[in-house]
Design a protein around this ligand. Sequence first.
Ligand SMILES: [Ca+2]
Ligand SMILES: [Ca+2]
Ligand SMILES: [Ca+2]
Length: 296
Amino acid sequence: MATNYTIQSGDTLWGICKKYFKLTNNADIANKVKEVANNNNISNVDLIFAGKTLELGSAMDTVELTGSNAPAATNPIKPAERGTDNVVLTQAQKAADERIENSKIETYDDLNNLAASSVNLFSDDTKTEAQMDEAYREYSQRLLDNYYDINKDGTVTVEEFADIERQGAQKAGEIQFNALGFEISEENAVIAQRSGNLFAKNLDMNDDGIISAEELSFFNEQADIIDGAQDGVIKNAAESAMFESVTGMNANNEDINRVVNKYLLGQELSEDEQKILEQSTDIIRKNMGKAAGLDE
Ligand SMILES: [Ca+2]
Ligand SMILES: [Ca+2]
Ligand SMILES: [Ca+2]
């Protein structure tokens, strides 16, 4: 059954597709946006006009997933619990879904909520070291699959990882600029791009061009520990602190900190500073690799 939708003022294609097709995953929404844009001959997805009618196709398949016998309002099945294949999700996988949900920032409130957010990866029976490692791994794998793997081919390249990080940083910057009433500066995009690149490049500890579940697990385990308790609760602030360590913004090395911050701000580096920046990736990767036990 085909359905038409009249575009309201303030609508975005993203928002319409997310709501109408009840999608929770950014990649799914992006695919749907493309499909709807194609079907409606929209060449620029950022440019839709209030009052125009969109042909959305059938949303029935998606609606049925929530259970046709149960009124959605009284018996909602949360996407995080339903999972993609109707499998029962572990606590760590649910935490990943929650983390992804928290990352969808549109407003200043969303941004503040994200900064104050935390997720809990451990269940009541996560007790041994092996179980903890498993939790970090499941959490990380689900983030890679459902958040970072843009083309859904089962691996996350350094470029994909950097691009998702860049988008997040850029969006956060824009929201802050807007909230402050400033025009968005070009510097914001530069910082977002460069920090995303550095983060992904340095996190790829074995330099194979892929961000693996092991590499992201290392990051998440450190973020769990950094807040003072390895309890499975990862605070967003701890993630930010780890991010600053991995990029080199807050590395355990004064020269690296100074040069990385200069680079991120788009300032010109001297020849010596350029060398320090190039070496920083090796040094940071090696230090992380040592801590993760990945370098032998
Ligand atoms: Ca991929
Ligand atoms: Ca790698
Ligand atoms: Ca913790």
